[in-house]
Design a protein. Structure first.
Length: 676
């Protein structure tokens, strides 16, 4: 049995004796969405019939789980916003004008309601200020201390709610017939969910300081160009009565321009209503052509990088417009068919709130922003990827990865994600992606023919992710026991790179940028120092592994050689091979603990130089920052001892081995060769 309600959904497999929890599936009903300035950023909202919450947009682990979710300020119905200067301070609303300030560091909660007298059980006419349960809360984009909220008036505080200033007169129709008790005649429901004649949406322009917009739930739009001192009713003429203006979006490119999304579904009118003004509300243009006439619109967002690119959320999913709303098309992708209640763009991600399917994020809008009509007709096209944060993570991108629960949220793909469009892929298609550093030197190449760095391409849009790593060093031979088996893969430092993408005979080069993780106050010099050290240590380890493999190969050649000759092996040849083999074994025993046959053997037989070098690498690779003084000193000690042994090996190869082969040639026998 399945129960669906305003708080989510639960499932029972035993006739209703036991039910799943609300956390088993993402079915939250979200009203509004905002994002904080933490890294990774968190998305926040109230969730119907549950607490307000905030949750990470991505994690350092393999998925987004319950551990990344916290209760936050407010409650089930309202806006939640974070202090722009301190994401651990949040402000959240709820019904009856409740407004909470929560300090996540200390756990301290403060109630900063505009008017602290509760009117529970009474109609809106009993309230000094009318607050519906979804009232706006937002910070000024020009002053991070300036916090706004709205009932039937607009209010502002610059002291965290200790006092409020009323910035406007009543910006609604103040229709007394719409302010009585709701419900009846048997039972009423006066929790402010059905308080009317309120401001339902408001914003300050991020292009123009003190330019304020408001939209009411009874059809009025007002604008102030002087921070609230003077207001003008700029409601579009000829619109149906009592449109609920659900979302105002200020145009990010043009002064005086704004978009409004309205609904009349409560009047059984499911028509989408989207409007735009470019002259501070003097004139308006209807911009919802192409949206299904029954898909009423709840929200609209303007892209921050491409002018005229708009996203609309409706009762039946998403729409997109490339011509400033002149025409729209479905933008559903893999989003479930669900009401979209609100949207926000954060770090070039599109965050979507839904009624019944919780939050969804379209990671990195670069493809959408760069798309042109002719791209899909080309044999292939590579889009310029967004700058990527240099995050050390355990993976990510897919639900259930890394042992995470199946109901966990999906992380974005880890690394620098390069979108590649390929019109056609056949068995003969040859493709490669080469990463280049700022000097144009090859970092790493992935190709369709490679075994270790395999490039997988499919027809259509592909998302190739460079893991931000340089190539791995020489791997230990199979069966080689190391206690410190560090994976020697230096991570690229922050900076500018390039990617050269080739598909058959065509190629495109795109820029790549790695941004330092904001959580670590590490200088570029420190990143470079760590990287350079890890490359040096990796290469020294590779040199050690090659030496060990060379020793093993030489000893095997000599053993096989004398074994094949048997009794016919000349005495002087046998003596020379035995002598060389003994010298090689001595070097091998210094470079590696040859007695260790299992992982625990090193508890009895001390590790040798290769293992010690690996331990130094591991210490230097943990975290971010330049190697410590003692790490550098330790490396010098181990590296010099390795160099000493490698020099002995080179002496054998350059002196002893030619002498042996000289004797062999004199006897007309095949020589023994060393790998260089």
């Amino acid at each position: 049995m399945i129960v669906a309600d305003d708080g989510g959904g639960q499932v029972s497999f035993d006739g209703g004796q036991n039910w799943s929890t609300m956390m088993n599936q993402p079915t939250a009903q979200i009203y509004r969405v905002s994002a904080d300035n933490a890294f990774p950023y968190r998305i926040m909202s109230g969730q119907q019939d549950n607490s307000a919450f905030r949750i990470r947009s991505r994690t350092y682990g393999s998925a987004i789980t319950e551990a990344d979710m916290q209760e936050t300020a407010g409650s089930e119905s309202g806006y939640v916003v974070a202090d722009p200067l301190d994401p651990e301070i949040t402000y959240g609303g709820n019904y009856m004008g409740l407004l909470e300030r929560l300090n996540h560091k200390t756990g301290e909660s403060r109630m900063i309601n505009i008017w602290p007298i509760d009117n529970m059980g009474a109609g809106a006419e009993a309230a000094k200020y009318r607050f519906q349960w979804n009232f706006p809360i937002f910070f000024s984009p020009h002053n991070p201390k300036r916090l706004y909220t709205a009932g039937n008036h607009l209010f502002v505080t610059e002291n965290e709610g200790r006092s409020w200033e009323q910035l406007s007169p009543d910006l609604t129709t103040n229709d007394k017939s719409k302010q009585g008790p709701s419900g009846g005649p048997i039972t009423k429901d006066n929790t402010s969910v059905e308080y009317y004649c309120t401001i339902f949406t408001a914003a300050e322009s991020h292009l123009e300081k003190d330019l304020l917009w408001t939209g009411s739930d009874d059809g009025l739009i007002h604008v102030s160009r002087d921070g609230g001192k003077n207001w003008e009713n700029v409601t579009p003429k000829g619109i149906p009565a009592a449109i609920m203006w659900n979302r105002v979006e200020v145009d990010p490119f043009k002064k005086g321009a704004a978009y409004f999304a309205g609904t009349r579904y409560k009047s059984d009118d499911f028509t989408p209503y989207l409007f735009k003004t470019e002259d501070y509300g003097k004139t308006w243009k209807r911009i919802d052509n192409g949206i299904n006439r029954m898909h009423f619109t709840r929200t609209i967002v303007a892209d921050r990088k491409r002018q005229g690119l708009l996203y609309a959320g409706t009762e039946y999913g998403m729409y997109i417009s490339y011509d400033d709303g002149a025409s729209w098309q479905s933008f559903q992708l893999n989003l479930p068919l669900v009401p979209v209640t609100d949207m926000v763009i954060k770090n070039n991600d599109l965050v979507v709130a839904t009624q019944g399917r919780s939050f969804w994020i379209l990671d990195d809008l670069s493809v959408v922003q760069q798309y042109e009509e002719g791209h899909s007709s080309k044999p292939f096209h590579a889009y310029t990827p967004a700058p990527a944060f240099r995050m050390q993570s355990s993976g990510g991108g897919w639900r259930g990865a890394g042992g995470s629960p199946s109901n966990a949220g999906s992380n974005p793909l880890a690394g620098v994600v390069i979108p590649i469009w390929v019109k056609s892929v056949t068995d003969s298609t040859k493709a490669s992606v080469t990463i280049l550093d700022k000097a144009g030197k090859d970092v790493k190449t992935y190709s369709t023919s490679s075994k270790d760095n395999k490039l997988e391409l499919n027809e259509g849009l592909n998302y190739f992710a460079w893991d931000m790593n340089y190539p791995e060093g020489e791997r230990p031979a199979d069966g080689l026991i190391l206690w410190n088996r560090a994976r020697m893969v230096p991570m690229a430092p922050p900076g500018d790179y390039k990617a050269k993408i080739k598909v058959d005979k065509d190629s495109i080069e795109v820029p790549l940028t790695l941004i330092a993780d904001p959580n670590y106050p590490i200088s570029q010099e420190e990143y470079e120092a760590q990287f350079n050290f890890l490359v040096k240590a990796r290469d020294k380890f590779s040199e050690t592994m090659k030496a060990l493999k060379n020793i093993e190969d030489l000893k095997k050649q000599m053993t096989d050689y004398t074994g094949r000759l048997g009794k016919d092996c000349p005495k002087e040849i046998k003596q020379m091979t035995d002598s060389i083999s003994k010298k090689l074994t001595a070097i091998e025993n210094e470079l590696h603990q040859t007695k260790a046959k299992s992982g625990q053997d090193v508890l009895n037989y001390p590790i040798k130089l290769d293992d010690k070098l690996s331990s130094v690498y591991r210490v230097a690779s943990v975290g971010n920052g330049a190697p410590t003084k003692q790490t550098l000193e330790a490396y010098d000690v181990v590296a010099s001892q390795i160099d000493e042994q490698v020099a002995k090996l080179k002496s054998i190869i350059n002196t002893d081995l030619p002498a042996l082969n000289s004797q062999i040639r004199e006897k007309s026998l095949p020589v023994i060769s060393a790998k260089q």
